[in-house]
Design a binder for this molecule. Structure first.
Ligand code: SF4
Length: 284
């Protein structure tokens, strides 16, 4: 559903969207980098409000969250669009195009979450929830106002501006944030983003909710022990108990590098373990 967006301002004949650090300045009739926010006659609209492409009752460990309500299940939903263009995206069919979706109102989604047996709440995942902001915010707020014990989980690339992040966090219980690399050129060349805003998101979120981090170790791109060390050092400077998921890469979408070496994965676990109390290998 098309809905007027939050976090934009008019600039003469253009609009400036500041939901994420791309800070798109969009001409009339054009769309932002995320492919879901469009300028029409001086107003910015989001195109994916309430549009759900995927839904499942997932184990919380699948997010992955290993230290938040373990062994529980959570109703997980996603839409379409992303503000990154990662060549190794596992969900490129919904993140890099306007995929087939079904509209579900916030009331319907919250009711489903609260009446689904053995469900702890709502997880916004699969595509990038930060560019699904208006719906995520509305649903998270309604869920918490209806049942404060229900959980809200966000699985994100962390590429969101500070103001919208801070506005959403009071309704969020747990986040898994991707820290894809500790190199700005990796973010720029492989993802179409930048490192600093993601580090900022992690710092801010870790003060307000449970946070776990995922780093996909891509062979030939960021499979360096020095980089793993830098990531672990950064996280330990916030809190040594932040869980770090080091995930093994497999060829996907546009990137056909060979799967990450298993011996390297073990070494990476060892290096990160010098700084952090909780290091978990994924996809091994
Ligand atoms: S949310 Fe979309 S339109 Fe807004 S700044 Fe980010 S990429 Fe651009």
């Amino acid at each position: 559903m098309k809905k007027e967006a939050m976090f934009y301002e008019n600039l003469k004949d253009k609009v400036h969207c500041y939901l994420c650090p791309h800070n798109c300045v969009i001409e009339n009739g054009h769309i932002g980098k995320c492919n879901v926010r469009t300028h029409e006659d001086g107003k910015l609209y989001t195109l994916n409000y309430g549009e759900i492409t995927s839904a499942a009752l997932d184990p919380i460990e699948k997010k992955p969250l290993y230290y938040f309500k373990p062994e529980s299940f959570i109703l997980s939903v996603g839409s379409f669009g992303c503000n990154f263009v990662c060549g190794f995206c596992q969900n490129y069919r919904i993140s890099q195009q306007i995929a087939k979706s079904e509209f579900v109102s916030k009331e319907e989604l919250v009711k489903t979450a609260l009446t689904t047996k053995a469900n702890i709440g709502l997880a916004f995942t699969y595509n990038e929830p930060s560019i699904w902001y208006e719906y995520v915010y509305d649903c998270a707020k309604l869920l918490k106002e209806t049942d404060e014990n229900a959980s809200v989980v966000i699985v994100t690339n962390g590429y969101i501006s500070e103001e919208p992040l801070k506005m959403l966090l009071p309704y969020v219980d747990a986040m898994n944030i991707d820290l894809k690399s500790y190199s700005n050129s990796y973010y720029k060349d492989l993802c179409g983003g930048s490192l600093k805003p993601v580090l900022k998101t992690i710092e801010i979120a870790a003060q307000k909710c449970h946070v776990e981090i995922t780093t996909l170790l891509v062979s030939g791109e960021n499979d360096s022990l020095e980089e793993v060390e830098e990531i672990a050092k950064f996280l330990s400077s916030i809190n040594k108990d932040i869980p770090l998921h080091l995930s093994r890469y497999f060829p996907q979408y546009k990137l056909m590098n060979s799967p990450t070496d298993l011996t390297f994965m073990r070494k990476a676990e060892e290096v990160a373990g010098k700084y952090l109390n909780r290091v978990i290998l994924g996809n091994v």
